[in-house]
Design a protein around this ligand. Structure first.
Ligand code: HSE
Length: 308
């Protein structure tokens, strides 16, 4: 019986001002799904995870996505999924989306590989919606496709891969705090100030241009969210200290990754990235928060098979 191994990367979604529309896959962090066909049903197992991975197939995004794919394919068979979580749950790094993307990819691959990665975005996004409290593809789309993506519409789903930036170094700092996406969405304003809306729209448009032109200089000017970040920053102890320290250390911008609490800063210099990393971790430490950190770059490939 064929067993496959699938990797799906962590994602930043939203990228700064692009709330629910701009997402980015990042290298080095992600979830792994090992999967095999079984005669019927979906079975989920967890491989040595320190996080509480739901083993009920109706609550785990990998199995929910796999079931959606089997339904689309009209397959009556089942699948056994063994999930190795590389991403902390509730971190803002697209943990549920990575599992969903890997589950969707695995089911499709085992049952004839008839759907494109683009066609897997919808089942993966539906699966993520079960746990996130909202229907958005800014994590599932980059997790599947790699690079940066833009979601024009969720209903019907319309997602475009917009490219990557070779020079971009991302400093990812994951504090030891948990912020659930549904809580971070519940506090958002229902109405926004027109001036802030115009600023966010301009910055979002420019980020799209920057990724499609592979232009770090453009990106470095527009990582600024005037609407969502000021509200969500209140959920992250030490946010202001860490932001100030990142910018003092030479970052060209800093933002909350997804709904937080992970923060990411940008630069195009490895030397600066190391200084920024140290400064951001120190900023959390001064607020009595332990933080893990990584320096990474864009994952251009997205969800893929790993060698067995
Ligand atoms: N776009 C979503 C949000 C992603 O910011 O709420 C959550 O990871």
């Amino acid at each position: 019986m064929e067993i496959i191994k699938v990797f799906s990367p962590a994602t930043i979604g939203n990228i700064g001002p692009g709330f629910d529309v701009l997402g980015l896959a990042i290298k080095g962090l992600g979830d792994v799904v090992e999967a095999r066909k079984i005669s019927s049903g979906i079975v989920v197992k967890a491989n040595g995870s320190k996080w509480n991975v739901p083993l009920n197939s109706r609550e785990n995004t990998a199995s929910i996505a796999a079931q959606h794919v089997l339904d689309i394919l009209g397959e009556k068979g089942g699948i056994e999924i063994t999930l190795t979580k590389g991403l902390p749950i509730g971190s803002g790094l697209g943990s549920s989306a990575a599992s969903a993307a890997a589950g969707a990819f695995a089911a499709n691959y085992l049952y004839g590989n008839r759907l494109s990665k683009e066609e897997l975005i919808l089942p993966a996004t539906k699966a993520e919606a079960v746990v996130s409290g909202g229907f958005f593809a800014d994590n599932t789309a980059p997790a599947l496709l790699g690079g940066a993506t833009l979601t024009r519409s969720c209903e019907p789903l319309d997602v475009t891969r917009i490219g990557s930036i070779d020079a971009l170094k991302l400093v990812i700092v994951i504090p030891d705090l948990v912020v659930l996406t549904k809580d971070a969405r519940a506090i958002l304003p229902k109405f926004v100030n027109l001036h802030n809306f115009v600023m966010n729209m301009a910055n979002t448009a420019l980020i799209t241009a920057a990724f499609s032109k592979n232009d770090y200089g453009l990106f470095s000017r527009c990582l600024n969210d005037a609407i969502i970040e000021p509200v969500r920053s209140t959920l992250i102890r030490g946010y202001h200290t860490v932001r100030d320290k990142a910018l003092e250390a030479g970052a060209d911008g800093m933002a909350i990754s997804g709904s937080g609490p992970t923060l990411f800063a940008i630069t195009n210099s490895m030397e600066k990235a190391k200084a920024i990393q140290k400064a951001m971790v120190q900023g959390f430490k001064e607020n009595d928060v332990h933080a893990e950190s990584h320096i990474t770059e864009v994952d251009r490939e997205g969800t893929r098979l790993l060698p067995k």
